[in-house]
Structures are given as structure tokens and as C-alpha cells.
Design a protein. Sequence first.
Length: 163
Amino acid sequence: MARVSNLRVGIGFDAHALTDEAPLVLAGVDFPGERGLAGHSDGDVISHALIDALLGAAGLGDIGELFPSGDPEWRDASSIRLLQRAYEVVKKAGFELVNADCVLVGEEPRIGPMRKAMGARLAGALGVRPDQVSVRATTTDGLGFIGRGEGLAAQAVALLARI
């Protein structure tokens, strides 16, 4: 029988289509002048992926269960607000974040100058130190819907410890 660990890992993924009808918000940071993401909330793929990683690590389902897209309460909601609420659920279940790593997948925008602000925004929403949350990016080298500039995706991994 395997020894039960106090550590739990979860992975999250999200993708949304780009649209001219919304502002772009990534990791809770506004990107003025960029096409936004279509979604029931603000479409922040990084925050959504992190929410799923946290919930998955805690064994608490997924973002769609906690914030159903058919529920008008979450229409145009700030994904940072959703992240805060999801982490409250995770903490009530007896877990705390050790660290999280988030990767944006897209050709544009280039996030290099905003990476630290994005990580700090996510960390602030979670009430953890900025060094506990990293944000990075990669491209698909022009392949697929992301490479054609039709959307963005994000993946996140979260490590939780039982408290």
C-alpha cells in the first residue's frame, strides 16, 4: 500500500477564442489595445487554468462545477474574483498552496514585460508570496488555432499541502 502524502498536485487547462468585443485580461492584468477573449466571465485563460489546477489538486472538481457558465451570477465576472473564491474553497478543505506554475500559449501578446506583475496579481489574489506563483509563455510556432491567432490557451500546475 502506498504511503499517503500531505502534498497534492493538480493540473489545469483552458482555451478561449479571441474576439474584438472584449478587453484582454490575463492573470488579472489588462492588456490595452489587444483583442480580448470570449467567455462567460472575462475569459482570463491563465486564471481559469490555475483555478482548475487548485481544485484538481484538492479533489474538488473543476471550474465549471464551482462557477457554472449557465449561472448569470458569473456573467462577465472577474476571473481574479473567481480565483479568490476557488482558493477559499480549497483552504476550507484543508489545503494551502505550496507553488503554482502557469504557462500562456499564444503568438501574441508578448508578456515578457508583464510577467512579474501577472505573477504578483495571481499571488495577491491567493494571499501568497509572489515567489510562489510563476507565469511564463510559449507559442505554437504558427500551428493550430493558436498559431493562426484565433485564440489563446493556458496550462497551470499547482502543488498543495494539507494543513
